[in-house]
Structure formats: structure tokens, C-alpha cells
Ligand binder design. Structure first.
Ligand code: ADP
Ligand code: MG
Length: 697
């Protein structure tokens, strides 16, 4: 061959290439690439420097820029966990804490619960080696009860601060105090200049506030003119589309839009904002039903739900790409607004609604209501469509309606029941609740009402101090004060076993499952559990029947709840009995956790056996604040508030008209509906709550 020929030959030579076989290695590399391409990656050094220089720093950055997953890792690598200290990251929502922790553990290539872990109410996945700890804001508040200086943390990152949940607001006030306390000796002398962070023995607390809303002024002012750093996001254009006229049935409108996108638009996943678990589950069913009427090829549509109470093993599903050729439709509550960023979304359907807590300080009643979102929320929602490519947002309301929305959301502290917060502040030794340094002060009336409630429940003394032991016990239980009180009362009345079940079942949404196409069957199934005495005993029957079904196959033991075979058995039982298996599993998990708490507290877990009258007496003694009596017109008057209420159609007592009842939930739609109701004897009220119902002269 001549040289020329040789070269020509070489040019023809070809290798055959083979993909990396080590899958986990390939995956790690892909993750490393993804991490590097996040907007926050390019400012790592600057952000770390700013945290070093400032005791309190505000970081503002668009959703998806990498704040939640990356910043804790940056700080860890920069040595903020020296001496075994932790970086704590708080989230308003449990699902966010769990999924982000899982993601970060994966990014670090470690097992969850080792270096990276999470802790939420009823679930702790951390160990002594955990250094980056994701948790709910409520959980950190509870930790402060045990360790007021939060001494194991070197940095606390309050994430999603723009959400302004009541826990975030209380936490911010508390953390300001902790920061000050840490810089002082017990004799109140200033010990250390926080700039000597790495040399000093006394560790000041670094505070980082992260927010997706661009306006950081409020936080900065509140936090002593703290510095704010903006992380430039990346956002592709999003087409905003409105309806021509207002839609009366937003569920139907959402369904029509889902299929319109599916059949007419190019590839890309759909994110639908709905208001709650029940609604999400019914849309899930309807999508599946309607898809059956499509041609084989168009049926490739996959629904994935995301809401707070979703069992943790199902939460990660939302991040998995749909199988080839399938379109993923994510049905979410406003959790997907900023808390979790799901890749692959190109279309957003915004119902314009959100379920929120609403408190009437005059009546002292809190209810869940579906209300319009704010403009800021609508903007966040549409932004989810343009993270990776240009997208489209379908607003199921008119442009006119959009114009009328409030600019931003009212902080929760201004519209919720404060009993829980007040109880916690009292337990933290903060007696002057009205004088507490809140970013936005709650109304005086709301505070007074909750002080009154806590006093009536026996948690506070006349002087407004935490009572011993009831107040302290109630503060220790991670439950609404009224449920905490229920458990304490039940331990005295020998029905704690029953009350534990009830509190767990009342802590989840929609135990009963009634698909539209099988209404009759579902109704018949429910009848098997129904008790004439009301919903509480009905729920008790459901729980016990489920345990019994497992016991038959010797699986009743709670310890084995995670076992796959148990899960299968339970799912089967749920299907046969029209019970929502997701909810029941969640209730079982909660049950296991609270049982642990009450056992630790030394309460007596005994049962009243067959004596259901005793149990109803216990319900009356626990929930006397929510008693209602029948009026001549057949409606009910809530005794504490004087409000007119009526029995919700989902109650087993619907259609019957007992003279006196107690209830656990108020739902406001066009009526004031009450749910979870039991029939009681009015005499029990004056027997068990004479201070409230006795002779008031
Ligand atoms: P931010 O907090 O700024 O909103 P995040 O740190 O939550 O941003 O998200 C950064 C990136 O990580 C996003 O691209 C998001 O899609 C991705 N991500 C977060 N959690 C997961 C997960 N569980 N699985 C896959 N990707 C994830
Ligand atoms: Mg985030």
C-alpha cells in the first residue's frame, strides 16, 4: 500500500460502540451533568461566601433553579457541618421534604438516612451520621421544644418562605431569638462576632431564607435588613390561554382540556392544579374511563397523583418519566406550584383554585374552603410549563376573572386557627403571644379566641400558663390540641385504644371510596360498617375489620405494615370493601406513630370493649367544643359558635335527626356542612364539661 492508500483505509475503519454497561455509573454521570447545568451551580462560590459573611441571608430564585437540592450540598462541601453539626432545611410540605431528601441522597450516591435524611411528623429517616436534614417547618418547631437553642444545627435553611405558612412565620420569629441567644452566654454577654465562624468555639446560627417570589423586601426588613441574593433563573416563554366565559364545572373543564391537549398538541407532559385528594382521585378515574373510548393509539395517557397525604412509596412516581409513547398527566394540589419541580412538563392546566384553611375568629371555627388563588400563584403555576422548553398554560377562567384576583396570598397566620401555635409558643416559654415578634401579626381576636379554647380544654391555667400535666402532655403530642385532649381524656375513660384509631382515621382524607360507576355497590359495602351511633364508630368498625382481615392470615401485627404481602392483602380487602387503600395505609402509619407517643408518655392504652356508650361518652368529653343541637327547623346550631350547620350527605347520620351531636369537621361550600358526627346524650356535656356547659350564672 502507498501512504495514500493506507490513509484511505484508515478513514474507512470503524469501531462499533457500546453503551456504558455500569448503569449506576452512567446514572451518576447524568445526575452530575444535570446538577452542573442548574442556574445555581454557576454561583456556588458566591452564595457560599455570602452565607459565610452574613448571619442571615435571603436567597431568591425561580422555582427549579436548584435552591433546595443544591444549596445544602454546597454548604456541606464548604465545611459547615464541621464538628458534626447539621444543616437543617425546612419545607412547608411533607411531600417536598421527602422527595427532595431522596433526590439529594441519590445525587450524593448514598443511602437515604445516612448523610442525607428527612424527618416529618410520623416519619423519621435520619441517623447519627445525618448532616443534611430535610424536614417540615412544623417539625423543627417541635425540636425547639426539646432543644431551645437548636444546638445541633450550624445552619438552618427556611425554604419556600414565600408560602408563609403559619409554621414558617412562627419559625422565623423563633429563629431570630435563637440566633441572638446563641451569641450570648447564659449571663447575656456577647460572646462572639459571627464573622469568626470557623475559628470560634461558640457556633452562631446561620440562617438562610429561600423564596421563589421575587420580592424579598418584606423578609429583609423583618430580618434586620438582611442581604438578599438573586439567582438568575431560566424561563422559556409560556403562552397563556384563558376561557372565553367563566366555567361553572372546573372538573369537567379540566377533563376536556386534558384530552384536547392530549389529542391536538405535540409531546410533553401535562400538570393539572386541583384542590385535594378526593378531587384528584376522581379526576384520575374519569381520565381512565374517558381514555377507554379513544382509539388504541390515543389511549397512551398515564395519570400520576401528587398531594400531601400520598404514601411516601408513591411520591417518587411523579418524577419517573412516562413509558415510551405515553403522555404523563400529573394531577396535583398546589404542592407542585413551587415546592416540587417535576421535569418534562410542557402544559399546565390551572383551575385557579386552592383549598385553604379559613378561620372565623368570631365563632372560633376553622374550616377548609376552596378559594381563588392569587395572581402571584397563577404566575408560578404557568411558569411550570416553561422550565425546559416553551410551553402553554390553560387557565380555566377568563382574563377578566384573572384581573380580579388578589395580587398575593394572605399569610396563613391571618386566616387560621391559632390554638396549635399558641400552645407551642407557651410550651417554648413564650407567654406573651400577642407581643411575639411576628412578621405579620395575627389578629388580636384570633389569639384571644385560641387562648380561650386552650383554657377551656384545660391546657392553660387561669393565668394563661401551660397547665401541669395536661397542657404539657398536649404540647408534646404532634396533633391538633383537640385531638391531643381526646387522647388524654380517653386514657382516663378506658377507651384510649378506640380513640387512637379515631384520631388516626380522622387525620386522613376520605376513607370511603365511591366510584361514580359503582355507587350502589359502594353504598352497600359501606352499610356493613355503618353504625347508627354515627361516623366515629363507623370508622372504628372499618379499621378493626381491616386489622381482622389481616389477622385471619396472621398479618395483623402493625410492625409488618411495610411488608409487601401485607400491603397486597390490605389492598385486596380495600378493593372488596370500597375503602380507599391509600388513606387506610396512611391512617395505619399515623396510628403506629401516635401509639408510640402515648406509650412514651405513660398513658394507659386500654379498651372499653363492647361498651360503645362509654366510647361515645368519651367522644362527648373530648369534643364538647364541637357539640350541636337540633333546631325546630331540623337544622343544627353549633353550641360554641351559635352557627347554623347541617349534616353532610356523606355522614351515616345524614337523613336521621338526632337531638344532640358532636362533630369533627366543618366544610364550607354553599352551606355550612359538618362531617364526622356522632350522636350523644346532651347530659354528657354538662357531666364532662361543667365549666363550659354547666350553670353559667
Ligand atoms: P428549586 O428549589 O430552586 O425550586 P430544586 O432544587 O427543587 O429547585 O430542583 C432542581 C432540579 O432538580 C430541578 O430540575 C428538578 O426537576 C430536579 N429534581 C428535584 N427533585 C427531583 C427528583 N426527585 N427526581 C428528579 N429530579 C428532581
Ligand atoms: Mg425549592
Amino acid at each position: 500500500f502507498s501512504d495514500k492508500d493506507k490513509m484511505r483505509e484508515q478513514g474507512k475503519r470503524k469501531f462499533s460502540w457500546r453503551n456504558e454497561t455500569d448503569e449506576s455509573f452512567a446514572r451518576m454521570r447524568k445526575i452530575a451533568q444535570q446538577r452542573k447545568s442548574l442556574p445555581i451551580a454557576s454561583v456556588e462560590r458566591r452564595v457560599v461566601d455570602e452565607v459565610r459573611k452574613n448571619d442571615t441571608l435571603i436567597i431568591v430564585g425561580e422555582t427549579g433553579s436548584g435552591k433546595t437540592t443544591q444549596l445544602p450540598q454546597f454548604l456541606f462541601n464548604a465545611g459547615f457541618c464541621r464538628d458534626g453539626k447539621l444543616i437543617g432545611v425546612t419545607q412547608p410540605r411533607r411531600v417536598a421534604a421527602v422527595t427532595v431528601a431522596k433526590r439529594v441522597a441519590e445525587e450524593c450516591g448514598i443511602e437515604l438516612g445516612q448523610k442525607v435524611g428527612y424527618s416529618i411528623r410520623f416519619e423519621d429517616v435520619t441517623s447519627s451520621t445525618t448532616r443534611i436534614k430535610y424536614m417540615t417547618d412544623g417539625l423543627l418547631l417541635r425540636e425547639a421544644l426539646l432543644d431551645p437553642r437548636l444546638s445541633k444545627y450550624s445552619v438552618i435553611i427556611v425554604d419556600e418562605a414565600h408560602e408563609r405558612t403559619v409554621h414558617t412565620d412562627v419559625l422565623l420569629g423563633l429563629l431570630k431569638n435563637v440566633q441572638r441567644a446563641r451569641l450570648r452566654s447564659p449571663t447575656n454577654q456577647c460572646l462572639v462576632d459571627s464573622k469568626d465562624f470557623h475559628t470560634s468555639k461558640v457556633l452562631p446560627l446561620k440562617l438562610v431564607i429561600m423564596s421563589a417570589s421575587l420580592d424579598a423586601r418584606g423578609f429583609s426588613e423583618y430580618l434586620g435588613n438582611a442581604k438578599a441574593v438573586h439567582v438568575q433563573g431560566r424561563q422559556f416563554p409560556v403562552d397563556i390561554l384563558y376561557t372565553y366565559s367563566p366555567e361553572s364545572d372546573y372538573i369537567d373543564a379540566a377533563l376536556i382540556t386534558i384530552f384536547q391537549i392530549h389529542l391536538e398538541e405535540g409531546p410533553g407532559d401535562i400538570l393539572v392544579f386541583l384542590t385535594g385528594q378526593e378531587e384528584i382521585e376522581s379526576v384520575e378515574r374519569l381520565v381512565r374511563e374517558r381514555a377507554l373510548h379513544l382509539s388504541e393509539d390515543s389511549r397512551k395517557i398515564l395519570t400520576v397523583p401528587v398531594y400531601s397525604a400520598l404514601p411516601s412509596e408513591q411520591q417518587m412516581q411523579v418524577f419517573r418519566p412516562a413509558p415510551d409513547g405515553f403522555r404523563k398527566v400529573i394531577l396535583a394540589t398546589n404542592i407542585a406550584e413551587t415546592s416540587v419541580t417535576i421535569p418534562g412538563i410542557r402544559f399546565v392546566i390551572d383551575t385557579g383554585l386552592v383549598k385553604a384553611r379559613s378561620f372565623n375568629p368570631r365563632t372560633g371555627m376553622e374550616s377548609l374552603v376552596i378559594i381563588p388563588i392569587s395572581k402571584a400563584q397563577a404566575l408560578q403555576r404557568s411558569g411550570r410549563a416553561g422550565r425546559e422548553v416553551p410551553g402553554k398554560c390553560f387557565r380555566l377562567y377568563t382574563e377578566d376573572e384573572f384581573g380580579k384576583l388578589a395580587e398575593s396570598t394572605i399569610p396563613e397566620i391571618k386566616r387560621c386557627n391559632l390554638s396549635n401555635v399558641v400552645l407551642q409558643l407557651k410550651a417554648l416559654g413564650i407567654d406573651d403571644v400577642i407581643g411575639f415578634d411576628f412578621m405579620d401579626k395575627p389578629s388580636r381576636m384570633a389569639v384571644v379566641k385560641s387562648l380561650e379554647h386552650l383554657y377551656v380544654l384545660g391546657a392553660l391555667t387561669v393565668e394563661g400558663k401551660l397547665s401541669d400535666p395536661v397542657g404539657f402532655q398536649m404540647a408534646r403530642l404532634p396533633l391538633d390540641p383537640i385531638y391531643a385532649k381526646g387522647l388524654i381524656v380517653a386514657s382516663k375513660l378506658n377507651c384510649l385504644e378506640e380513640m387512637l384509631i379515631i384520631v388516626s382515621m380522622l387525620s386522613v382524607e376520605s376513607i370511603f371510596y365511591s366510584p361514580r360507576e359503582k355507587m350502589e355497590e359502594a353504598r352497600a359495602a359501606r352499610k356493613c360498617f355503618a353504625s347508627q351511633e354515627g361516623d366515629h364508630i363507623t370508622l372504628l368498625n372499618v379499621y378493626r375489620a381491616s386489622v381482622e382481615s389481616l389477622e385471619k392470615s396472621r398479618m395483623g401485627n402493625q410492625e409488618t405494615i411495610r411488608d409487601k404481602t401485607v400491603e397486597k392483602k390490605l389492598n385486596k380487602w380495600c378493593r372488596e370493601n370500597f375503602i380507599n387503600s391509600r388513606s387506610l395505609r396512611h391512617a395505619r402509619e399515623i396510628h403506629r406513630q401516635i401509639l408510640g407517643h402515648v406509650q412514651n408518655m405513660g398513658l394507659n392504652v386500654t379498651s372499653c370493649g363492647q361498651d360503645m356508650d362509654q366510647f361515645r361518652r368519651c367522644l362527648a368529653a373530648s369534643f364538647f367544643l364541637n357539640a350541636a343541637v337540633k333546631q325546630p327547623d331540623g337544622l343544627y346550631r353549633a353550641m360554641a359558635s351559635g352557627q347554623t350547620v347541617q349534616i353532610h350527605p356523606s355522614s351515616v347520620l345524614f337523613g336521621t335527626k338526632p337531638d344532640c351531636i358532636i362533630f369533627n369537621e366543618l366544610v364550607r361550600t354553599n352551606h355550612n356542612y359538618i362531617r364526622n358526627i356522632s350522636r350523644i346524650d346532651p347530659l354528657w356535656l354538662s357531666e364532662f364539661a361543667p365549666h363550659y356547659y354547666g350553670n353559667k350564672e
